[in-house]
Design a protein around this ligand. Structure first.
Ligand SMILES: CC1=C(/C=C/C(C)=C/C=C/C(C)=C/C=O)C(C)(C)CCC1
Ligand SMILES: [Fe+2]
Length: 518
């Protein structure tokens, strides 16, 4: 929702979060969508205008916008409370599911009914002000995530933390696993007042990969943003003259590897995967040459002259990096320390404790990467992603084979696909044994939006479920296997969700509607 009353957000990442879900059951697809009833949503609806600041829009709780009242409010809110409008991803934590964003807040949701449940403040469990919306999960379902702790006790640091999937019975007493969150490792920020912005990180079986990129938050600007009436987005800057520092954390010692690994300035939002091979860490990321992607999502650009205004100035590119775990003391300066066959990425020894990494370019024009998650942190072959050409809006979905360097694509006239989720087939043997799910919206008013199901091996269409609803392009999602559907029967007994074959009529964002598979 990009307007509230007469007020309008500036940026696509600001809109009030709309959750949607597809339930695939007994050969039918059920659809529902609901606004996340965050405190932000409720406060805005009550005031009938935007009163909580988002990424690209600074808002004021009181309508009196003169400089004195702003200065007064500033004194009481050095950095105003961040939003709980969790619009980026869904995270699983034990039996619980959360809508997430990048602030210190998450909202628990009921994945069956899409109801909004309690607000969780990460700060109650771990000292962080920001956290990623892209956690990792180990085989037992424990969550590994990262956040930034800003000027806490005179230090700014990146904190890696773990939330257990389950809590021993004796300690449970109705407590959420979040109460058992533990700090895994902290990495001091290179700068107290300008920590890096990051959207995700990588893991291998024994290491964590964190890119401290020169796309940074300016804390002094953030502290005065409210008073100056500027958005959080304006407090972020890309420093093209700087380097990107590659931190490798050993999960066994919980300490960073002391060698200084670095590469040229770049911006990464999404890590694809990482793994260990032949004494090094290989990691794949979608890179940009600068931070201009965020500028393209200003709604002013997305509305008029869309094609012209939103032309990508920096193309998202899949690149493979390789980092040596041991620097050979006898190797001469300038030696490439990477000896694995799977990449042409290089890591040049500059000193015994300093290595300069240069990536291998794998593929241009892709975003929202996904993999078969059973290969997370391990050697893998396939990347599934949205294909982007001239604009940040995806027009295709693709499967890229990192071994043969070839790709398969799905696309259809006037269709905009969302992130492709890979779901393994029961008893799958091959990495690509399974299906791809993607929610597709269309720019052609005659064409209904649909859930697309592709065979992940051949990338051919298995089925589509067209829906007579108003659907919106989404960002990230999560597949929840049926085994988890303890609340399923409860949801079935509710009236709201129905297999709406032939269901026409207006779609209410709070209601449900859908059409069965053709
Ligand atoms: C509100 C807020 C933030 C929000 C960031 C958001 C909402 C980022 C969305 C990123 C996406 C969707 C990236 C896709 O690749 C910051 C800057 C962390 C810090 C200040 C408060
Ligand atoms: Fe993301």
């Amino acid at each position: 929702m990009h307007t509230v009353g007469d007020s309008r957000y500036n940026h696509w990442f600001d809109g009030l979060a709309l959750l949607h879900s597809f339930t695939i059951r007994d050969g039918e697809v059920y659809y529902r969508s609901k606004y996340l009833k965050s405190d932000t949503y409720n406060a805005n609806v009550e005031a009938n205008r935007i009163v909580v600041s988002e990424f690209g829009t600074m808002a004021y709780p009181d309508p009196c916008k003169n400089i004195f009242s702003k200065a007064f409010s500033y004194l009481s809110h050095t950095i105003p409370d961040f939003t709980d409008n969790c619009l980026i991803n869904i995270m699983r934590c034990g039996e619980d599911f959360y809508a997430t964003t990048e602030t210190n807040y998450m909202r628990r949701i009921n994945p069956q009914t899409l109801e909004t449940l309690e607000k969780v403040d990460y700060r109650k469990y771990v000292a962080i002000n920001l956290a990623t919306a892209h956690p990792h999960y180990d085989e037992a379902g424990n969550v590994l995530n990262m956040g930034t702790s800003i000027v806490d006790k005179g230090r700014t640091k990146y904190v890696i933390f773990k939330i257990p999937a389950t809590v021993p019975e004796a300690n449970r007493k109705g407590k959420s696993p979040l109460k058992h969150t533990e700090v895994f490792c902290s990495i001091p920020s290179r700068s107290l007042l300008s920590p890096s912005y990051y959207h995700s990180f990588g893991v291998t079986q024994n290491y964590v990969v964190f890119l401290e990129q020169p796309f940074r938050l300016d804390i002094l600007k953030m502290a005065t943003a409210y008073m100056r009436g500027v958005s959080w987005a304006s407090c972020m800057a890309f420093h093209r003259e700087d380097k990107t520092h590659i931190h490798i954390i050993d999960q066994r010692t919980r300490k960073p590897v002391p060698t200084r690994f670095y590469t040229d300035a770049m911006v990464v939002f999404h890590h694809v995967n990482a793994y260990e091979e032949g004494g090094c860490i290989v990691f794949d990321v979608i890179t940009y040459k600068d931070s201009s992607l965020y500028d393209l999502f200003y709604l002013a650009n997305l509305n008029q002259d869309f094609e012209e205004n939103s032309r990508l100035t920096s193309v998202p590119t899949l690149r493979r990096f390789a980092v040596p775990l041991h620097v050979d003391g006898n190797a001469e300066v300038g030696t490439n320390l990477i000896k694995v066959a799977s990449t042409t990425a290089t890591a040049l020894k500059e000193r015994d404790d300093q290595v300069y990494c240069q990536p291998e370019l794998l593929l241009e024009g892709l975003e929202l990467p996904q993999i078969n998650y059973t290969h997370n942190g391990k050697p893998y072959r396939y990347v599934f992603a949205a294909g982007v050409q001239w604009s940040p809006i995806p027009t295709q979905i693709l499967k890229y084979d990192t071994l043969t360097k070839s790709s398969l694509r799905w696309g259809e006239e006037s269709c905009w696909p969302a992130e492709p989720l890979f779901v393994p087939a029961p008893g799958a043997k091959d990495e690509d044994d399974g299906v791809i799910l993607s929610a597709i919206v269309s720019t052609d008013p005659q064409k209904l939006p649909f859930l697309l199901i592709l065979d992940a091996k051949s990338f051919t269409e298995l089925a589509r479920a067209s829906l007579a609803v108003e659907m919106h392009l989404d960002l990230h999602g999560l597949f929840i296997p049926d085994a988890d559907g303890a609340a399923r029967n409860q949801a079935t007994s509710e009236t709201e969700q129905a297999p709406a074959s032939g269901c026409q009529g207006p779609h209410r964002p709070d209601g449900a509607g859908g059409l069965g598979l053709p």
